[in-house]
Write a protein that binds this ligand. Structure first.
Ligand code: NI
Length: 187
């Protein structure tokens, strides 16, 4: 397992546009595998290549599947527990409706903030082997995809926040607690 170092602001990679991928060979496969391992080990729900120093259009997303002991608990949301490793992703459709939610980012440790995102998006991409892919996501997963695709364009979540009151410090302990509660995890 090869873990990569997660870059944090003000590292310039986080402000650069990632290049489209045309070669689906060994180098890309290693990058994707390393990104998945790095995402898992840092308990993130998403990671973009810019965050680990690979300026290629690659993202990994996985919404944790939280088991509940409650007999009448809600069923897990669609695609929970499903691992997405997408190459050259684009949002080719989005809902008119937006919603505001809390985000954090592995590249901006120690802060969280409220960001307005489209409620539903359709993502077009290729999988790690080059096969075309298109899927609709809503709610929290739609938010994660918008956050990760932003990274590929050199954009971070705080760029969407105008009011400084909508960004606040989070201590590492609180971040872990929030992640355990399942309502927020750094992406
Ligand atoms: Ni992020």
């Amino acid at each position: 397992m090869a873990l990569r170092t997660i870059l944090t602001l003000p590292h310039p990679n986080l402000r650069q546009k990632a290049r489209p991928v045309s070669d689906f060979g060994a180098e890309l496969q290693q990058l994707v595998t390393d990104m998945i391992d790095t995402m898992h080990s840092s308990q993130g729900v998403g990671l973009a290549a810019n965050q680990v120093g690979g300026l290629a259009q690659v993202i990994a997303v996985e919404m944790p599947l939280l088991e509940s002991d409650e007999p009448d608990a809600d069923p897990p949301p669609p695609h929970a527990g499903e691992l997405f490793a997408l190459v050259n992703p684009r949002i080719n459709w989005h809902s008119r409706g937006t919603e505001t939610g809390v985000e954090g980012c592995l590249s901006l440790p120690g802060i969280a903030g409220e960001v307005e995102r489209y409620r539903e998006v359709r993502v077009q991409a290729r999988n790690r082997h080059g096969k075309p892919f298109s899927m609709r996501f809503e709610g929290w997963l739609a938010r994660v995809f918008q956050h990760e695709i932003d990274h590929l364009n050199g954009v971070v979540f705080t760029d969407h926040i105008d009011d400084p009151e909508n960004v606040w410090p989070v201590t590492p302990g609180e971040e872990e607690e929030a992640a355990a509660a399942g309502w927020q995890a750094p992406v």
